[in-house]
Design a protein around this ligand. Sequence first.
Ligand code: 5GP
Length: 140
Amino acid sequence: MSEPTIFEQIVAGDIPARVVYETDTTIAFLDANPLAPGHTLVVPKEAHERLRDLPDEAAADLWAAVDELTPRVEDAVDADGLTVGVNDGAAAGQEVPHVHVHLVPRFDGDGGGPIHGVAGGRPDLSDGELDDIAGRIERD
Ligand code: 5GP
């Protein structure tokens, strides 16, 4: 059996965390290295590495928790907005191999950027390439 992820250890109570939300399937707690006050992680209790691995019910519960928590987190720290994001896969910067959604409070003039900055340079795609990509996504 593989090592439990750090988030499974939090779920098990073996590692302390500031838990702000908990159901049978989902937990949320403050990030230990916050990017902003109130930075919260929303996590399915069962360990799955990638979003694509999540069973439907766990995914539904995860996004319902995100929906419930976004105003709570924003209001708790009197933020002006939130960046909601998932680093889905190592190439996207995922360090903990257990699905989690980041809720990062944002403040006017906080010096951060929009989510458009996460990828490298923007690709220059032709209409044909865009049609081809759209068709392949639609089929999946
Ligand atoms: P990732 O890069 O995988 O999307 O982000 C993992 C996040 O988990 C990071 O923001 C990191 O600060 C947070 N993190 C890692 N270890 C712990 C921990 O033991 N407790 C808490 N609360 N957060 C953690």
